[in-house]
Design a protein around this ligand. Structure first.
Ligand code: NAD
Ligand code: DAU
Length: 340
């Protein structure tokens, strides 16, 4: 089996590549533009394996995508590449639209032209938008995205589905909840709060901090994707959730307790515009059809993640140098938060 992974130098994509290269004999090509979020250091453990190779490129570059898909003829494309951060999508929507919409279109077209036998599109629970309790999204729930990021993901998700309906391209779509774990770029809630807490810096909580997210350990997400790559039904959508909904303040409280830092580090800052209050989803279909279940509970996963960040201070420092400082100032300076 030959698989083309897009965005394999990012947080979830690199976890998936590490898992596939170490657990299977499949050939893997990682196609990644190496934006600020892409980091080949994440792949140090597999980079010398003969079944793995890296190709730098942009999924919105039709020539490069066609040369790779037409020349190498993968058995499957697993499409992670995206601009993945809501706050950045609010500050600068253009790259989000270009990569998430046009990039996905370019890949789908290449897969159609070269008759790729499998296209797994990695989408998100954010496409369902905010849900009042006790509602949980199922795969047929309406889409109601709020941010440029989630709207671009909803658009690409629907486009992928249309390639199945119209052209019979064998597409499978996954919609996962909030991932956390090692190698996550410290712009997302958990790694940002861990990195700040470990340096005794303030933890910027948006609004009242009572927004609810469902937390999924990254390796559980990757196992679900592998199961669906092998056994997911063509044209179907599958939710992937950690079955662990928590308000942000509770996540931060646990994180402070585990790092041994005081609650007084919490700094309330103005809310994210259009902030979704609550995500919740049912993974019943995935469980019923594949037998998958999350294996890492939140307390364990959070402790493992904190240990990883404690042991990788140099990694954090490297990814936070340069452009990260400008982003931090643009996003948090305007909120009156303490600068890094
Ligand atoms: P990430 O930001 O850590 O990584 C994205 C990767 O894509 C990077 O390596 C980057 O260099 C690459 N990339 C960006 N634009 C590209 C382009 N034009 N061409 C080629 N490569 C490009 O993202 P992540 O958190 O690992 O998310 C991966 C996927 O999973 C995304 O599609 C995201 O929408 C989805 N998702 C993420 C979460 C989450 O909680 N992080 C949850 C559900 C779904
Ligand atoms: O639900 C899946 C989605 O989860 C993925 O599709 C996205 O790629 C991923 O970024 C994530 O989106 P969120 O917006 O939920 O994640 P983020 O980590 O940015 O924020 C989680 C919650 O924490 C959210 O309610 C906003 C809040 N937050 C976040 C940051 C970065 C804060 O209060 N302060 C912060 O500094």
């Amino acid at each position: 089996m030959r698989i083309l992974v897009t965005g394999g130098a990012g947080f979830i994509g690199s976890a998936f590549v590490r898992m596939i290269v170490s657990e299977t004999g499949w050939e893997v090509t990682n196609f990644d533009k190496l934006t600020y979020a892409g980091n080949l250091e994440n792949l140090g453990s597999v980079e010398h394996r003969p079944s793995y190779r890296f190709v730098q490129g942009d999924i919105a570059d039709e020539g490069a995508v066609n040369a790779l898909v037409g020349g190498w003829k993968p058995d499957a494309i697993v499409h992670f590449a995206a601009e993945s951060h809501v706050d950045r999508s609010i500050l600068s929507p253009e790259p989000v639209i270009r990569t998430n919409l046009h990039g996905t279109f370019t890949l789908l077209e290449a897969a159609r032209r070269h008759a790729t036998p499998r296209f797994l599109h990695v989408s998100t629970d954010e496409v369902y938008g905010s849900l009042e309790p006790p509602l949980e999204a199922v795969e047929t729930s309406p889409l109601n995205p709020s941010s440029p990021y989630s709207a671009s993901k909803a658009g690409s998700d629907l486009l992928a589905r249309s390639y199945f309906v119209t052209y019979k391209l064998p597409v499978v779509i996954t919609r996962a909840s909030n991932n956390y774990g090692p190698y996550q770029f410290p712009e997302k809630l958990i790694p940002l709060m861990i990195a700040n807490a470990l340096e005794d810096r303030p933890l910027p909580v948006y609004g009242d901090g009572m927004q609810v997210r469902d937390w999924l350990y990254v390796e559980d997400h990757c196992r679900a994707i592998r199961a669906l790559l092998e056994r997911g039904r063509e044209g179907e959508i599958y939710n992937i959730g950690g079955n662990r909904s928590l308000p942000n303040l509770e996540v931060i409280g646990q994180l402070l307790a585990l790092t041994g830092k005081p609650q007084s580090l919490i700094q309330y800052v103005p809310d994210r515009p259009g902030h979704d209050r609550r995500y919740a989803l049912s993974s019943e279909k995935l469980i019923r059809e594949t037998g998958w279940r999350p294996q890492v509970d939140f307390e364990n996963g959070l402790a493992r993640t904190i240990d990883w960040y404690r042991g990788h201070a140099a990694w954090v420092e490297r990814v936070r140098s340069g452009a990260y400082r400008d982003y931090y100032e643009r996003n948090y300076g305007a909120r009156g938060a303490v600068p890094r």
